[in-house]
Design a protein around this ligand. Sequence first.
Ligand code: GLA
Length: 679
Amino acid sequence: MYYGGDYNPEQWPEDVWHEDVRLMREAGVTMVSLGIFAWARIQRDEGTYDWGWLDRIVNLLHENGINVNMGTATASPPPWATTKYPEILPQDADGTTYGPGSRQHYAPTSPVYRRLAAELVHELATRYANHPAVVMWHVNNEYGCHVNYDYSDNARDAFRVWLRAKYDTIDALNEAWGTAFWSQIYTSFDQVLPPRKAPYSLNPGGALDFKRFTSDASLELYVMERDIIRAAGATQPISTNFMGAFPPLDYWRWAEEIDVITNDNYPDPNDPQSFRSSAFALDLMRSLKPGVPWILMEQSTGALNWRPSNAPKAPGQMEALSAQAIGHGADGVLFFQWRQSRRGSEKFHSAMLPQAGTLTRSWREVTTLGETLGHFPQLAPESNAKVGVLFDWENWWALSHGDQPVALDYGRLVQRWHAALHAQHISIDIVKPTANLSAYSLIVVPQLYLLSDEASRNITSYVHNGGQLLVSAFTDVVDEDDAFREGGYQVGLRQVLGVTVEDFGALVAPASDSSLWSVGDSPKAGSGIGPGQSHASLTGPFGTLRGEYFAEELRVLTADVIATFDDGRLQGAPAATHQVFGAGRATYLATIPDDSGMMSITSWALAEAGVRPELDGLSPWVEVARRGDVLTLINHGAETTKVKASGQDLLSGEPVEDVELEPFEWIMIRSSEDADAEY
Ligand code: GLA
């Protein structure tokens, strides 16, 4: 278990370093991330490097048995660079240039930025590739975090190169984007621009390709740095820190190029349910590289500085969230940052070593956790999950364009489906639509609007071979160009579902269903005048659910109707279908359930698929996560809770029978025959 944090010694006089290292040892720190924002300290001008200070701190850490995760320092170009080469600055969609003075003020496609970064990384990697303190490399920092999309002329030029490589001819691009619509036909790649500010809706195919290009452009940068580090002879694992389900970057694609997944996680202590979205992010990180443990690269010991209100973590909460990461597959827990800054934008951000010193609860919690992690046995990386939730960035990008029947937030919807399963104490993998699905008993498909041919073949053969599928509305609508296919909707999955949609029947989006009609008597919802229908109930073997966003008009082909709409425009019409296909079964739901509806339908689907909770009878506030034969149980709630579980306490080795968990208390239990033998 790695334990430590970002360490920024360049912010402190050297005599403080000795105190740092002494306290790191006291806290049980085993690894620090060094130099992430030290470009300006390392390089005073083009060609002038100052390595002395970095050599001294790396050696000091090494002498004290503390490993280094070496940052490549490329996330914040120094003032000399932006003054000399202002063309490296990025631009927003309005054409405004982002100024320096903060961080991440570079266009990922700028040839000058790339050259400067490459030179720095070459010097750094050559110097430290064989240093015994360096156990890992940390490339750049949180790619895309602040500048999600760059629309500069650098981006324009690189986008054209990317498009040429993809389409070869401009006619192929015209065909894919449907440029005959609104007189957008290009006669040369040199006419194509990034989707900059325009009077009205931009071409969806073009916008989708720009998002693909943006993810690829930053990945190209990562790969550039990685290859330079390798070419310098470094053999350590190389990574860059992810940010959970981060919209602009296709982490499925990125994960292929990264040795060890590392992630930054900042659940909001003001939100008692934030442990659920955290669980989603952690399941995603484990799922990005199955079988390889990942590392929690950053979390906070307490308050942040970047939310409107930055609550501290409650006593025990930091440790509970650390256990959560480990339970979901992490083999390391690190923080931003080691010592709280005294100046600068993040001076209010908590740290392992707080501004208030070591006589603090925060420091006691840090040293206690370090002590605990120091005695941690090896854990298997696998969750053995039987349930997968399909998740796809390209679909996210296509859905985010708008101009669709109803506005929906795909990232949030996927998390809600995950939360419904998670609250039932099910282990869940997040799965790419083209991944091998054969290990799963149930696959949930939320709003997979854009479905590639490869993914639809994959899903079809999964069901044919005996898998169970639960598909909710607005799935399999367009192809990879964000264009309708020949033959209506659900062309890819029609065989497996036995049903197709005639009309999407958009409902009033859940968050915006109040209007002026609240003055006086409203016409009955769905009556055809006045406020539109905002939800539709349906009743089936899973009980009665409330559906939102869509009440689709289905044409049932070969499936059985298992639920009909109870009310609204489609009263009496099919609302859910079920079909046996090959050795498996597929359920289609013509709407998107609300939270409790998601619980009901997933609980029905789990029972159909024969998937049991990891433990029965648990409070929804108690989280269960599996790693091989070890279950992590965490009480995220405010009440002490009894848990019926037996096995061996992973840390004490003592037998466990019926535990009682106080708020934020956690336990890891190893069981040879499994805590709840029914699994
Ligand atoms: C991110 C960054 C860090 C720091 C923290 C603050 O995770 O990577 O440099 O800014 O946020 O929470």
